[in-house]
Design a protein around this ligand. Structure first.
Ligand SMILES: [Fe+2]
Ligand SMILES: [Fe+2]
Length: 335
């Protein structure tokens, strides 16, 4: 196993290649109209591009995000009406968290969604943020997470991720007041999404791996991400839960937190299909930088695709050792 010094060294030699964070996440939809009704009409995301139906049923792509289609806010869908439901597992994504500015706005989301028939759990006190959970119509687990207080909640900002930080009792099953959490909501109906409720793109993405130490080395070396929190899954405290982000010792960039539950090789692998994530894409500046990424990843003996040149952006894809499909995509999007 690498020592911390080796890890620091790795981080510094790849300093010129550190992704700024998420570019987009691609989910598998069973029905594009149903997906639009949920993500556009209910969650209020903007449709950035809808390439419409064509003769090839697998060519359909839908892009949602902020009005400008800014990398870090993008959720894209492939539609697979004939596909079976997938299942999360090792090498797959457990959930996608979207950001909201304040706890008050988060409670408005709880009221807004539950009044419209969506089953919501939370707000869970995670320490680093509070979290609401629900599912999209295909079964993908979603979260709405507050921007703060952030990872410096329980350790100094200049020393994140160096020690295992255990949650406080009131964050854990048995210590949480579940009845109070369930009844906590906004005090009156919310007729429409208010400006403070506007979702701020990808807050974090959480997947599952069967070797968290190996995954940590991989994400540091491959993408230049740094471990910012080593903790446990607060709903299942036997399971490690580690977080990585673009972190330079002074700040953690928003839209860059990739987190993993450390499952074991006894657990099932993810099964692709409706209601699952197809892949997670991180940012590269442009095609020139994408080629440097390609060379860097190939130097790690990874099987990296050729550059797939958009529109709306250029990309390469590759897999993490646990099987997670990853992509690097360019910032200069052309919708
Ligand atoms: Fe989460
Ligand atoms: Fe992609």
């Amino acid at each position: 196993m690498k020592t911390k010094t080796d890890t620091m060294h790795t981080a510094s030699t790849t300093k010129t290649l550190t992704t700024l964070g998420f570019h987009h996440i691609t989910l598998v939809s069973g029905s594009a109209p149903r997906t639009l009704a949920f993500y556009r009409d209910l969650l209020g995301l903007a449709v950035v591009k809808d390439n419409g139906k064509s003769n090839d049923p697998n060519a359909y792509r839908l892009y949602l995000g902020d009005d400008a289609g800014t990398p870090g806010t993008l959720i894209t869908f492939v539609e697979r009406p004939a596909a079976a439901r997938g299942r999360y597992g090792v090498g797959g994504v457990h959930h996608l968290a979207l950001g909201v500015g304040t706890y008050a706005a988060q409670l408005k989301w709880k009221r807004f969604l539950t009044d419209r028939g969506v089953t919501v759990s939370g707000p869970m006190p995670r320490g680093y943020f509070t979290s609401l959970y629900f599912r999209d119509p295909d079964g993908q687990v979603l979260e709405i997470a507050t921007a703060g207080p952030g990872y410096a909640y329980d350790e100094p900002i200049e020393a994140l991720g160096q020690k295992v930080m255990l949650p406080r009792d009131q964050q854990l099953p048995g210590g949480r007041d579940e009845a109070l959490i369930q009844m906590t909501t906004h005090y009156e109906p919310v007729p429409a999404i208010t400006p403070d409720m506007k979702l701020a793109g990808i807050h974090h993405v959480t997947g599952m791996t069967d070797d968290i130490e190996r995954a940590s080395d991989f994400y540091e070396e491959a993408l230049g991400l740094s471990v910012v929190k080593k903790s446990v899954n607060q709903d299942d405290p036997e399971t490690p839960h580690w977080f990585w982000a673009n972190y330079d010792g002074t700040r953690v960039l928003p839209h860059s937190s990739w987190t993993l539950f450390g499952w074991t090789s006894r657990h099932s692998h993810a099964r692709a299909g409706v209601g699952q994530t197809n892949h997670v894409a991180f940012r590269a500046a442009d095609v020139e930088e994408l080629k440097a990424w390609q060379e860097h990843l190939r130097s790690m003996d990874l099987d990296v695709s050729a550059v797939i040149d958009g529109p709306p952006f250029a990309s390469i894809n590759f897999r993490a050792p646990d099987g997670q499909l990853l992509e690097l995509a360019t910032d200069n999007v052309e919708f």
